[in-house]
Design a protein around this ligand. Sequence first.
Ligand code: SF4
Length: 370
Amino acid sequence: MDVLERALAGERLGREDLMELYRLPLPEVAAVAHQLRLERADPRYVTYLIDRNINYTNVCTVACGYCAFYRTRRQPDVYTLSYEEIGQKVAELEAVGGRRILLQGGVNPDLPLEWYEGLLRYLKERHPAVRIDAFSPEEILGLEKLTGLPARQVLERLQASGLDGMPGAGAEILVDRIRHAAAPARISTADWLRIVEDALSLGMYSLASMVIGMGEGAAERVEHLLLVRDLQDRALERYQNGFSGFALWTMQLEKTRLAGKLPGASAYEYLQTLAIARIALDNIAGHQASWPTMGFKIAQTALYYGANDFGSTMLEENVVSAASGNVRRSATVREIVRQIVEAGFEPAERNVFYEIINIPDPREILATDQ
Ligand code: SF4
């Protein structure tokens, strides 16, 4: 059997097989990815999540060359939101039916661990129904350095204060030669994997992410996928808790120092890696289409290249949008539902674990003027 037949038969593909997929015609790879998507996730629905991104501070000492969001302490437009300002944003999310926030910021050395604990308690007291998925592995590494406590202990304290899960951001490409060429101080592959595993071992939610367009080739993309798959195997076996889903997007460089210096990735490369990820990651069922970086039309196409999910509303996303001239900051439920229906699927609202929690009537949603 050739590699695509073996994938269709449910065989787990190894490194050389995955490299072979990068050499095959994309329509053939996509057809297999789509078939596997239909088998591994509900074939009828494309899911979405109502949530809000809150970027609590833009002070960051990591200074990634591809980031247009961060500021150094001395720049005039630095900010750190107060507990009250963050609480107000959570209240606004609740008003539109959202029950989950993604809370992320820069690595701000002026904020002690107690500030984060106090914030979580403040939000949980006032908004007990809202999930808080917060602080990427990079921010946890920053707290590890600031406090001298191991990441696991930092996470335990945050969890005791109300932290529900960790955004899986900052993975980019899990090959140090590639990630440190673009951002020398960026969290290493080993630290990213270690801190995410700590979070998973504590029963927390995390998403597996991947960003292409940093100058990596097929070998590094395959390496990333294998590291994610291995960690998922280990976490499910040891902790009965693993990544909830997988999200792939392309590096957004237009407004960054590395514009013209890093290659970025084309729509073709995005769809190709999305399809190969669906085939490779046989232990993660939920795969997102990235409308914020690829636009709605490519995201609709992605639903035939392995994706079964349209991501989230991402109300008020600042980090990705700061880096790009033309990405969408957020979408309404109505816009997302429209894209899903136009692509030939039925929309279903999900929670962070990709469990369907509401099947709306699209006609009702599309009739509103929101
Ligand atoms: S990407 Fe994150 S870690 Fe890097 S500079 Fe921006 S805010 Fe800091």
